[in-house]
Design a protein around this ligand. Structure first.
Ligand code: TGC
Ligand code: FAD
Length: 386
């Protein structure tokens, strides 16, 4: 429960959903909060160690079934993302990329052998996955990707590069998307294959508690069975994005909640002009407006989560949630920062870290503009991309 829950949204959750949320919140309190400011400042995170701990709790690929995955509901997965991102967006990213992108791709499009080989180890956090779609020259428009896969006998030869790839520097397996003579296809690439190199991208000013890398693919020879047999065309990677974007719809509200709770606490304890900041009408107006937006975001997330559990969620509906909740979470983080005054820019408080992180969240998994255009297409029937 949070005092921000003005609408008693909590009452709409099942006991199981609340229990999962409690477990994840405790994990974040014990394992993330005490260290995350330091990880952020150092630009380092013990991702492997965290992945093993998350794996033990069943958080990796938790909404998938079989192969060591927990088979939780979409709403439970969303709540887990929310709690993780209340710790840090980078920590949620570790889990989303592993579960919703890399594991989901193998689970949805892979052969039985690929599933047996990778999924149990990934669910346990013993193997780390990454998802290579974005390229240096092709971000919002993955249909134009330049990475090529060509046949050489039964083998495949991959050439190209992928940029801004979460977990790449430590990944054991990369789900790599490449153009073939027959269109876009996906490959499960062991990252120790000769010709694969991953370079860490340093000096990010956002998502610093997350490892991001560039993957170079230089005549990478793969056996025929490295290709994900059911991944045919661009809709395969885009289908993975829909999974991850749903998690972000919830996750962004976690970062916003942490900012709001921090600002609320600060405003009630800090006095100026002889009274708490929270006693000023202007501060209350800020807090009220932010809490209203946060509650609207929660209703939206819950609605989309229930649609996902009913199996009827459409990608353009996920765009509504990603666009709104990340945009509002970022606005909330920035407004909360003003309430903390100078302390708002200090790493002693989580607010500026969340605000900086949300700049990445606004851009990755489809920028705000891309989601506006997806919604625009739904409304008008006209594609702005074609
Ligand atoms: P378009 O012609 O619209 O679609 C091609 C085919 O794909 C289908 N489709 C989708 N299917 C499932 N989910 C979606 N979200 C889908 N969007 C489209 C579509 O129905 C079509 O199917 P079919 O059967 O007709 O072939 O494709 P387009 O080239 O016009 O592009 C559309 C656009 C711009 C929306 C798409 O390219 C896009 O979403 N671009 C943004 C790229 C992006 O989001 N990249 C993210 C990379 S991963 C990442 O950022 C990870 S961050 C770390 C973390 O998550 O924590
Ligand atoms: P561009 O596509 O060049 O866009 C630049 C600007 O132009 C944006 O504002 C965009 O909205 C706008 N724009 C583009 N096209 C249009 C249009 N048609 N109309 C109007 N405006 C438009 N990718 C992965 O594949 N895997 C990952 O694990 C991953 N992790 C990431 C982690 C971080 C920290 C970050 C920052 C990014 C990550 N990404 C990842 C990449 C991310 O998905 C891309 O950055 C994103 O898709 C945008 O691509 P771009 O940066 O090339 O921007």
């Amino acid at each position: 429960m949070t005092p921000l829950d003005l609408l008693d949204i909590d009452a709409s959750l099942s006991d199981e959903e609340r229990q999962i949320r409690t477990v994840v919140r405790r994990l974040v309190t014990d394992r993330v909060r005490p260290h995350v400011a330091g990880w952020y400042e150092d630009g380092q995170v013990p991702a492997r160690e965290l992945a093993r701990e998350f794996g033990k709790l069943g958080l990796l690929g938790m909404h998938l079934t079989g192969y060591g995955c927990a088979g939780a509901s979409a709403v439970a997965y969303g709540l887990a993302c929310l709690e993780l991102e209340a710790g840090d967006s980078g920590v949620r990213s570790l889990v989303s990329v592993q579960g919703s992108l890399a594991m989901y791709a193998i689970w949805r499009y892979g052969s039985e052998e690929q599933k047996q080989r990778w999924l149990p180890a990934m669910a346990a956090g013993e193997a780390i996955g990454c998802f290579g779609l974005t390229e240096p020259d092709h971000g919002s428009d993955p249909a134009s990707m330049a990475t090529r896969a060509r046949r050489d006998g039964d083998d495949w030869i991959l050439n190209g590069s992928k940029l801004w790839i979460t977990n790449a520097p430590i990944a054991d397996v990369g789900v790599i998307w490449a153009r073939t003579d027959d269109g876009v296809r996906g490959f499960a690439v062991p990252m120790d294959t000769p010709g694969v190199t991953a370079r860490e991208i340093r000096h990010k000013m956002s998502l610093r508690a997350s490892l991001t890398g560039e993957i170079a693919l230089d005549d990478v020879r793969l056996p025929a069975d490295a290709r994900l047999p059911e991944a045919i065309g661009l809709k395969a990677p885009l289908g993975c994005l829909t999974e991850a974007r749903h998690g972000i719809v919830w996750g962004a509200l976690g970062a916003a909640r942490d900012c709001l709770e921090t600002a609320l606490e600060y405003a009630t304890t800090r006095t100026q002009f002889g009274r708490p900041l929270a006693g000023f009408q202007l501060t209350q107006a800020k807090l009220a407006d932010m809490a209203v937006e946060w509650n609207k975001g929660m209703l939206l997330a819950l609605h989309l989560g229930r649609l996902a559990d009913a199996g009827t969620l459409r990608p353009d509906q996920v765009s509504v949630g990603k666009l709104n909740n990340v945009r509002e979470a970022l606005a909330i983080a920035r407004q909360c920062r003003t309430i903390l005054g100078a302390n708002g820019v200090s790493g002693e408080y989580p607010v500026m870290r969340h605000a900086n992180n949300l700049e990445s969240v606004l851009t990755y998994e489809g920028t705000s503009e891309i989601h506006q255009l997806v919604i625009g297409q739904r409304l008008t029937g006209l594609s702005a991309f074609a």
